[in-house]
Design a protein around this ligand. Structure first.
Ligand code: MN
Length: 321
């Protein structure tokens, strides 16, 4: 998915400034953002109070939306740089096309992991014949400096490892959880897991005390470390935890996001993650001129054009907002 916000503002993130070294319970409210067509998403990251969780730098939750008589998701070709995109569905399907020639239908609890490296472009759409409901999350992972110029590649994994406990089924999306590792390529110590809880479940999830974590609620009624987290909200948990108490009052779907705090400072603008304003200006220019980011074949429609740059130059401004 793309950041379709036409009033795109640059944000500076990364660094230790936002990391909480101890366990906390900080509820993040979503910002409602209108995407193309009828799709509205709830944006959890970047958030006014928090930019990143580990290397997770962007989290949108959308649906469940009834798209039976609608085109559904229609995100035209757009570029990415310096990040990985993770498409994660609970309902429906999304057709992914990219400038490498990938053409992949993504279904619930399958990992679509696109590593942009230095440059890629892609589109995402609901197939013409699609399920009634569309429900999912779109996430970005920042690439560390040592790997941010890797060759772009796309991975699709339909068969991910699952960790189970009474009342809990956890699908490992990225990184490792309780000894089970995702086949998706990760470039920083990170974890992403999809947690399905059955109503009445009480369980504890093993965590790494060196990671910071957050839990996004996708559906149902659940408590995370005693805090009720409603669908579309996210609870930031800080570092220093060895386990996480979970409780479900109904069947519930959560996403656990965590990782080693991301030390590098970043400049994010539109669909790009860079280290300087100059890199952003160049990437925007390259996309507008049709160079570097390749071409997406087969999408029925025009590609996205980049939003205007802000009047003030984009500068890395240190760790504070
Ligand atoms: Mn995208």
């Amino acid at each position: 998915m793309s950041n379709l916000d036409r009033q795109a503002t640059p944000s500076v993130c990364g660094g230790r400034g936002f990391v909480v070294a101890e366990p906390v319970r900080e509820l993040l409210a979503p910002r409602h953002v209108q995407l193309g067509g009828s799709t509205e998403v709830r944006r959890l990251l970047p958030n006014l109070g928090r930019r990143m969780v580990g290397a997770w730098a962007f989290v949108d939750h959308y649906g469940p939306d009834d798209i039976a008589d609608e085109p559904g998701m229609q995100v035209p070709p757009h570029p990415h740089m310096g990040l990985q995109t993770v498409s994660w569905l609970h309902e429906g399907e999304v057709l992914h096309r990219d400038s490498l020639g990938s053409l992949q239908t993504v279904r619930p609890r399958e990992l679509a992991l696109m590593t942009s490296g230095r440059a890629i472009s892609h589109s995402e759409e609901s197939p013409k014949e699609h399920a009634r409901l569309l429900h999912g999350a779109q996430l970005w992972v920042a690439l560390p400096d040592a790997h941010r110029n890797v060759e772009p590649h796309f991975q699709h994994h339909a068969d991910l490892p699952v960790v189970t406990a009474p009342g809990l089924s956890a699908t490992v999306i990225l990184g490792e959880l309780d000894g089970a590792a995702s086949p998706g390529t990760a470039y920083t110590p990170i974890v992403g897991a999809d947690l399905s809880l059955t109503g009445g479940a009480r369980t504890r999830l093993p965590l790494d005390p060196d990671f910071e974590y957050a839990v996004l609620s996708m559906s149902g009624e659940a408590e995370v470390d005693g805090v009720p987290v409603l669908p579309g909200s996210m609870l930031y948990l800080g570092c220093g935890r060895t386990e996480l108490p979970l409780r479900a009052h109904s069947d519930a779907g959560l996403m656990l996001l965590g990782g080693e705090p991301f030390e590098e400072e970043l400049v994010m603008f539109w669909n790009f993650i860079a280290r300087s304003g100059e890199e952003i200006v160049q990437a925007r220019k390259d996309w507008e001129e049709g160079s570097r980011f390749g071409e997406v074949q087969g999408y029925d429609g025009a590609r996205l054009s980049a939003p205007e740059l802000p009047a003030t130059p984009l500068k890395p401004r240190g760790r504070v907002r």
